[in-house]
Design a protein. Structure first.
Length: 609
């Protein structure tokens, strides 16, 4: 895995220079430098870094490629995009999305009442708002209020019952009627984990028969002039382009038929989301088989071909791709707390005046190991440890002898792996896997990488530094939750190798990338670990600024967020301490001050310097 697959997943957003991972933008700060600057303020635990310029880059790329495709194909409609808030509703993410997309009139999509209120309050005036998902009368009325307030809003109906509610609200009030969209239930389905979003058994959308009924209802109620959009969605993270092409043909023909049926105000096709993000670090398992250029060309060409064949004006094209826009803008940084072979350091050797002969031989093997003999000496060491363990079981050597042997063999293996890293063999690869290192990270996988736990979704991970040194340790990552599922195990088919570091002398930081979509909103408070502290990083030509600091909840706030009374908990703790007969008043006050300090900190571990 060359350079941790940067050439596969990073879209040239990051580069390695002087052994550190840096932002490939303007002043090019290193992630380690930013992390260390933040930690000067006594910040411990994981941190999230937001980079708004990466959102701007994705929005610009999306619009640029669609604009080019439309010019190349003489397409007469416009291109429009909205961001689905379900992908990331966190305030500074939404702030970055709306500010970076303002020049493109980039809008928002809502799928619940709370998201709709958020969209109404945050969408730039004149930009599009689309509303999807199941809706009640109250939510539909909010859509009418949004239209009355001047927003360019489209309510997409998921069933005939919702259309009947729209008609009911229109007849009951004098508010402006919003644009109406119809989500169609396509025969075409997507591929991958989210394929069930499309197809005839999909959760959302109207069948052909229901669409015809919807047109009749709109005509009867004199609301057909408000029908402006046909909408479909075949699934998130589309791995293949072929299902999209089939869906475009199907939806395009439905659109053209509706125009012929008298839907004269119909002017837009919304292709939903699904534009995939590359998560993998390994060439053999890339996440998508198309580029953004092919995606935009395929959409524009397919719709144009259908409309030209049926002599229908080219519709405006809408997309709701959220993952593509925000995944790359967040990096999760975690310190490594412990390596589980830490006790195999050479300074822990404790020899006797007289040692077993095999231990003495291991001492010589460790001392004399070099490039030429490393494989031979490694074999000897592995043979000796088996013999020594047998001698221990039989009672011929003691625990100190065994400890010395284990330390020596471990160090011989590490040295052999380093010496042979430029010319690995199958045997050494298997040894890597067998003797993998376990890195304890100060984070919760359930909180910060829930899709790994729930969907086996892998995320790019790499160290922030030591990148000019070959990593030789096959790595498993363990989080700090009390759950055996809180582990990213070593996968020989997608191997992760990290560095052998002495955590007594330095800290070692890992970065998890492309975590800006869904992970924050889906994160769960397993063991009451909550959202990490987050920071927005603005980069200019000479430096960078750390802004929008949102600290992780402290322990009392965590308990309060799930329904406990912070005041009652604090009162009970103080009462128990102050009534204690075992310590003096000064000791009580000192202990109380220490307790209050702990309660004001977040729940992540503070064992790093």
């Amino acid at each position: 895995m060359k350079n941790y697959g940067l050439d596969i997943w990073s879209n040239n957003n990051f580069i390695i220079e002087d052994g550190q991972l840096k932002l490939n933008y303007k002043s090019m700060p290193s992630l380690l430098e930013i992390t260390e600057q933040i930690r000067l303020n006594d910040v411990r635990g994981p941190i999230l870094l937001r980079f708004p310029h990466l959102i701007k880059r994705q929005i610009t790329s999306l619009y640029s490629y669609f604009d080019k495709a439309m010019k190349d194909n003489d397409y007469m409609g416009s291109f429009n995009a909205v961001f689905p808030l379900k992908v990331n509703q966190f305030p500074h993410a939404v702030e970055a999305i709306t500010s970076q997309g303002e020049d493109f009139n980039y809008g928002l999509e809502a799928g619940s009442k709370a998201e709709l209120i958020l969209a109404m309050s945050k969408t730039p005036y004149g930009a599009n708002i689309t509303v999807n998902g199941f809706k009640d009368k109250e939510m539909i009325t909010l859509g009418f209020i949004a239209a009355q307030s001047g927003h360019n809003i489209t309510i997409t109906i998921e069933g005939l019952g919702e259309l009947e509610t729209i008609i009911e609200v229109a007849n009951e009030c004098s508010l402006k009627v919003p644009n109406i969209g119809i989500r169609v239930r396509l025969h075409s389905a997507g591929s991958g984990i989210w394929a069930k979003s499309g197809g005839m058994d999909a959760k959302f959308g109207l069948t052909s028969t229901e669409i015809i009924e919807a047109i009749k209802l709109l005509e009867a109620e004199k609301l057909l002039q408000h029908l402006s959009m046909v909408h479909f969605h075949i699934g998130s993270q589309m791995a293949d382009i072929a299902p999209l092409k089939r869906a475009l043909r199907e939806a395009g023909n439905i659109y053209a038929e509706l125009k012929k049926m008298g839907a004269s105000s119909l002017d837009s096709i919304n292709i939903g989301g699904g534009l995939a993000v590359e998560y993998d670090q390994h060439t053999q398992s890339k996440a998508r088989n198309y580029s953004i250029e092919e995606f935009s060309n395929s959409v524009v060409f397919a719709i144009k071909e259908i409309m030209d064949a049926k002599n229908v004006k080219h519709p405006n094209i809408f997309t709701e791709s959220g993952r593509f826009i925000v995944a790359s803008h967040v990096v999760l940084i975690t310190p490594v707390l412990e390596l589980f072979t830490h006790d195999y350091q050479e300074q822990l050797l404790n020899f006797k005046a007289v040692n077993p002969p095999l231990v003495n031989e291991l001492v010589d093997l460790n001392r004399l190991l070099n490039n030429k003999n490393c494989t031979e000496y490694l074999h000897d060491a592995l043979d000796h440890i088996e013999s020594l363990l047998t001698l221990f079981d039989l009672g011929y050597i003691d625990l100190q002898d065994r400890s010395n042997a284990e330390i020596l063999v471990h160090n011989i293996i590490k040295k052999a792996l380093y010496l042979s890293s430029s010319n690995p063999t199958d045997e050494l690869e298997q040894l890597h896997i067998k003797l993998q290192e376990r890195y304890l990270i100060n984070a919760s996988i359930f909180q910060s990488l829930p899709d790994y736990w729930g969907l086996d979704q892998h995320f790019p991970v790499m160290p922030l530094h030591h990148l000019n040194v070959p990593p030789i340790r096959a790595a498993s990552l363990w989080d700090i939750t009390c759950d055996s599922d809180g582990e990213i195990g070593f996968n020989p088919n997608k191997p992760l190798y990290l560095h052998d570091v002495n955590l007594d002398e330095e800290e070692y930081f890992l970065g998890f990338f492309n975590v800006g979509a869904y992970q924050e909103t889906l994160g769960m408070n397993h063991n009451l670990f909550t959202h990490p502290s987050e920071y927005t990083i603005y980069i200019d030509d000479t430096s960078y600024e750390i802004a929008n600091v949102v600290e992780s909840k402290n322990i009392l706030e965590i308990l309060g967020s799930i329904g406990y009374s912070e005041e009652e908990i604090l009162k009970n703790l103080k009462t128990d301490l102050l009534k204690s007969d075992f310590i003096t008043e000064k000791e009580k006050n000192d202990t109380l001050a220490k307790l209050e300090t702990f309660l004001e900190q977040n729940g992540y571990l503070r064992t790093t310097n």
